[in-house]
Structure formats: structure tokens, C-alpha cells
Design a protein. Structure first.
Length: 141
């Protein structure tokens, strides 16, 4: 595999792993299985903050982000119906997902930029075969 192929495949992998469908299809089953308990005092104290966070996420991901809208609402409604105690974890996961989406775009743009203008001495299109180190070969026995 060439360095170019590796970087192109890595960029595609990052895109696929953090695609909205893939992310929510991985996280929702875990959230549905989560057995969290909200003590009444904690619910009273933190419930309003959770509501504000979920409201902000619903606006940004459930209304403004056209490519995320369907997956956000599908996951939110499933949890609200089947396991509302997991809504706090959902709010956290959605927040992480939002930042991962920004990271995906950054990784893809940086790889594209690098591949579009490599330096003259770069070995992007040469097949590189790593040599086995004697220590590594002996340690596997």
C-alpha cells in the first residue's frame, strides 16, 4: 500500500465511523441498556441544567444540522420512550458526537490538503514495505 492509499483509506474510515447513522446506531443500544437511576434530589438539582443542554442540542443538531436531524430525533425519541433515565448520558454522547464531527472535517481537509500539494521528496506513490526488525521477529515466538 502506498502512503497516498493509506491516507485516503484513513480519511474514509474516519468519515464512516463518525457518520451520523453509524454513530447513533452504535450508541443508542448502549444507552437503551443503561440502567441509570435518578435520585429525586439529584433530578430536582440537575434536571433544569439537563433540560437546557438538551434544548440547545435539539436546536443545533435536531433543527439546524440537516444531515443529523433524523438521527438525533430518532435516538432522542427512542430514549425518551424506552429509557428516559439515559437522557443525561445521551446529552453527553451527543455533545461528544458534535465535537467529533468537527474533528472529522478537520482530518479530511488536512489529508486532502496534504495530498494535493506534497513536497517534492515525499514518497506518496511508492509502495513502502516495512522491514521486520530482528527483535520483533524473535519476540513473537
Amino acid at each position: 500500500m502506498t502512503k497516498r492509499e493509506y491516507l485516503e483509506q484513513y480519511s474514509e474510515l474516519v468519515r464512516e465511523v463518525y457518520a451520523p447513522r453509524a454513530y447513533f446506531e452504535r450508541s443508542v443500544p448502549a444507552l437503551l441498556a443503561l440502567r441509570a437511576k435518578w435520585p429525586p434530589r439529584s433530578l430536582w438539582r440537575d434536571g433544569s441544567r439537563l433540560f437546557v443542554v438538551l434544548l440547545a442540542e435539539a436546536f443545533h443538531l435536531g433543527i439546524r444540522a440537516k444531515n443529523l436531524r433524523f438521527w438525533f430525533w430518532k435516538a432522542f425519541l427512542q430514549l425518551l420512550w424506552k429509557n428516559p433515565q439515559a437522557l443525561e448520558a445521551f446529552a453527553f454522547d451527543v455533545s461528544v458526537f458534535y465535537h467529533l464531527q468537527r474533528h472529522v472535517h478537520y482530518v479530511q481537509s488536512e489529508i486532502s490538503r496534504y495530498l494535493s500539494s506534497p513536497s517534492e521528496d515525499d514518497v506518496l506513490d511508492q509502495v513502502i514495505v516495512p522491514e521486520l526488525l530482528p527483535a520483533a521477529a524473535n519476540s513473537s515466538r
